[in-house]
Design a protein around this ligand. Structure first.
Ligand SMILES: *[C@@H]1O[C@H](CO)[C@@H](O)[C@H](O)[C@H]1NC(C)=O
Ligand SMILES: *[C@@H]1O[C@H](CO)[C@@H](O)[C@H](O)[C@H]1NC(C)=O
Length: 531
C-alpha cells in the first residue's frame, strides 16, 4: 500500500522544511494482523543453505571482567554506578561464558544449529583501543571459540561491536561523540580481520547502532548516560544534537571498517560484511493519510537512518525534510565509499508499533523534530497491538510485522541479502516467578513459530533472507534491566551458573531436525502450579 501523497500540507508544518521530495516510497502498512497462523512450520519450508542459529553478545554473557589482560569498557564502569542497573547488578560474571564456552557450544550442538552469532569484546582484544597493544590472551580466547565452533560444524557469525567500547576512548575523547572513534573502530576491525578472517565468513560491524545511540545519547539509559530534557534525566548531554553526531560517527566507522575489509581481506578470505540494525515495524494508527506518512517517517528515523547512507550514500529524504541542515552532509568521496558499505543487512526484530502524526495533531510525545514528528505507541483506543510479551513492556507479538519490515527493506534496498540476526521473546523474572514457570515457556515457542511463519511468507514473496538467529542461546544480562528479563532458550541459574534447556530449546531442536513430535511439557520437570 502506498501513502496517497508525499509530505502533504507542508505549509502548515511548524518547522522550516526543505523542498519536498516527490519520492513515493511504498507504505507497507495497512491494518496490523492479529491472526496467528496455526499452520505447522517446518525447516523444510526454508531454502537450502538457509542458516538457523542463536545469538549472544560478549558483555551480556562472558563475565571474566578483568581476566587475562582485558581492559575496562564503558559497561564495566557504568554498571557499577549506583542506580544505573535494575537490581544494582553488573555483568562481572554474567553467564561466565568465558570459562564455560565449551559447554555452551555443546548446548548449541545439541540444538543442531548451523551458525552462532556472537560479538567480540573490544577491550579483550585492545584493552586501550589503539593507544596500547593487542592483548594476545584475548585473541587466543576467540581463536579457541572459533575453532571449537568449527569442529562442531557451527559457522561463526561475528559482530565486531555490540554496545561495548573501551573506557579509555570514553575518557580520551568521548567515544562515539568524536570522529576520532572512526580510526579506533577501523583499527579494531583490522586486527579482527587479520586474526580471525581466515575462518570467519560472516562479519557485521556494529550491532544496533540506532538503538545504542538512542539509549546512550538521547535517553541516557546506556553508557555514557547522556541526554537532555524532556528525553531523559541526565546530568550532561544534549539529546537532539548528540544523537545525530553519534549516528554519523557510527556510519563513518562502519564505512572505514568495511573499506579495510574490501581492500585488504575480502578477496583472499572470501567472506562478506554487513551491519545489524534494530528494525521495528511501524504501522499507521489510523487510515488517515497523515498517519501513513508518520509511519513512513518512523521507519526512516529508525532503520533507514543507518541503512540509506550505507546503500544509497545519503541520509533518508524523509529525515532531511524534517531535520534540514541539522543533518550532516556527506562529501561525494564519503558518499561513494558508503555506497559499497554492506553485502547484507542484519535485522533485529522484536515488535511492531503504531505511528501517529504529530505535525497536524497534538502529541505529548513525538513532537520534536529529532523524533521525526511522530508519536510511537502500542495501543489504539486502549487495545494493545498484539499479545504482550511477558518481559519487555513495550513489546507485543505481531508476527506479520516481520514480513512487513522485510518487505519494506526489500523494496527500499533492492532486495539486498538479509539475515534476521535477532528475534526473541522476553520473560519477566522479578523474583516471584517459579523456575518451572520460566522453563515451561510455551509463549516463546508460539512466538518463534508464528514469526517463522511470517518469515516463510516473506521468502515465498521473493525476499532474499538467508538466515534466522534466535535471541538468545541462554538468559543473560539485559543491559539496564539487569537480570530481570530472560530471553534464553536455556535458563541460567545465576547462583550456580547451571544452564537448563527450556521447552523452547527442545522445540528448536525438533524444528531443526525436522522432528514433528509435539513438545507439550518440559520432560522431567514437575510444574508446581498451573500457568
Ligand atoms: C533525575 O535524576 C536525579 C539525579 O539522579 C534524581 O535525584 C531525580 O529524582 C531524577 N528525577 C526524575 C524525575 O527522575
Ligand atoms: C523427536 O522428539 C522427541 C521429543 O523431544 C524425542 O523424544 C525423539 O527422540 C525425537 N526423535 C528423533 C529421531 O530425534
Amino acid at each position: 500500500m502506498e501513502c496517497r501523497r508525499d509530505w502533504p500540507l507542508e505549509s502548515k508544518a511548524k518547522m522550516k522544511l526543505e523542498m519536498p521530495f516527490l519520492i513515493s516510497l511504498l507504505c507497507f502498512v495497512l491494518i496490523p494482523s492479529f491472526v496467528i497462523s496455526h499452520e505447522v512450520i517446518t525447516r523444510n519450508q526454508f531454502p537450502h543453505g538457509f542458516l538457523f542459529g542463536t545469538a549472544t553478545s560478549s558483555y551480556q554473557i562472558e563475565g571474566a571482567v578483568d581476566e587475562d589482560g582485558k581492559g575496562l569498557n564503558n559497561w564495566d564502569v557504568y554498571s557499577h554506578i549506583p542506580g544505573k542497573i535494575r537490581g544494582g547488578v553488573d555483568a562481572d560474571v554474567a553467564d561466565d561464558h568465558y570459562h564455560r564456552f565449551e559447554e555452551d557450544i555443546d548446548l548449541m550442538h545439541s540444538l543442531g544449529i548451523d551458525a552462532y552469532r556472537f560479538s567480540i569484546s573490544w577491550t579483550r582484544i585492545l584493552p586501550k583501543g589503539r593507544f596500547g597493544g593487542v592483548n594476545q590472551a584475548g585473541v587466543v580466547f576467540y581463536n579457541n571459540l572459533i575453532e571449537s565452533l568449527l569442529s562442531k560444524g557451527i559457522e561463526p557469525f561475528v559482530t565486531l561491536n555490540h554496545f561495548d567500547t573501551p573506557q579509555e576512548l570514553e575518557e580520551r575523547y568521548g567515544s562515539w561523540l568524536s570522529p576520532l572513534i572512526q580510526d579506533d573502530f577501523a583499527y579494531l576491525a583490522d586486527v579482527c580481520f587479520q586474526s580471525f578472517g581466515n575462518r570467519v565468513k560472516y562479519w557485521t560491524t556494529i550491532n544496533e547502532p540506532n538503538h545504542f545511540a538512542e539509549f546512550g545519547y538521547m535517553k541516557g539509559r546506556y553508557p555514557p548516560g547522556r541526554c537532555s530534557k524532556p528525553f531523559g534525566n541526565c546530568s550532561q548531554g544534549n539529546s537532539e544534537v548528540e544523537l545525530v553526531v553519534v549516528m554519523h560517527n557510527m556510519i563513518m566507522s562502519h564505512a572505514k571498517a568495511a573499506d579495510i575489509y574490501r581492500k585488504s581481506y575480502q578477496a583472499k578470505q572470501g567472506g562478506s560484511i554487513g551491519i545489524v540494525v534494530s528494525a521495528y515495524m511501524y504501522v499507521p494508527i489510523s487510515d488517515d493519510e497523515v498517519d501513513c506518512q508518520a509511519a513512513k517517517r518512523a521507519l526512516a528515523f529508525n532503520v533507514a537512518w543507518f541503512l540509506d547512507p550505507l546503500i544509497h550514500g545519503d541520509y533518508p529524504p524523509e529525515m532531511r525534510q524534517v531535520l534540514g541542515p541539522q543533518l550532516p552532509r556527506f562529501s561525494s568521496e564519503e558518499s561513494n565509499q558508503l555506497k559499497h558499505g554492506i553485502d547484507f543487512i542484519g535485522i533485529n526484530h522484536y515488535s511492531t508499533f503504531y505511528a501517529k502524526d504529530c505535525i497536524y495533531s497534538q502529541c505529548d510525545k513525538g513532537k520534536h523534530a529529532i523524533e521525526g514528528l511522530v508519536s510511537i505507541g502500542f495501543e489504539k483506543d486502549g487495545v494493545p497491538i498484539g499479545d504482550p510479551q511477558l518481559g519487555m513492556l513495550v513489546f507485543h507479538v505481531v508476527p506479520s510485522g516481520l514480513e512487513k519490515i522485510i518487505g519494506y527493506l526489500k523494496t527500499r534496498y533492492n532486495n539486498k541479502p538479509m539475515f534476521v540476526t535477532e528475534n526473541g521473546f522476553s520473560q519477566k523474572d522479578d523474583g516471584s516467578q517459579l523456575v518451572n514457570e520460566l522453563l515451561q515457556d510455551d509463549r516463546r515457542v508460539e512466538y518463534h513459530k508464528s514469526y517463522l511463519g511470517s518469515l516463510k511468507n516473506a521468502i515465498r514473496d521473493g525476499a532474499d533472507v538467508r538466515g534466522y538467529f534466535v535471541w538468545s542461546l541462554m538468559d543473560n544480562f539485559e543491559w539496564d534491566l539487569g537480570y530481570t528479563i530472560r530471553f534464553g532458550l536455556h535458563y541460567v541459574d545465576y547462583q550456580t551458573l547451571k544452564r537448563i534447556p527450556k521447552l523452547s530449546a527442545k522445540w528448536y531442536r525438533n524444528f531443526l531436525t525436522n522432528n514433528d513430535t509435539q513438545i507439550g511439557q518440559v520432560p522431567g520437570i514437575q510444574l508446581k502450579r498451573e500457568i
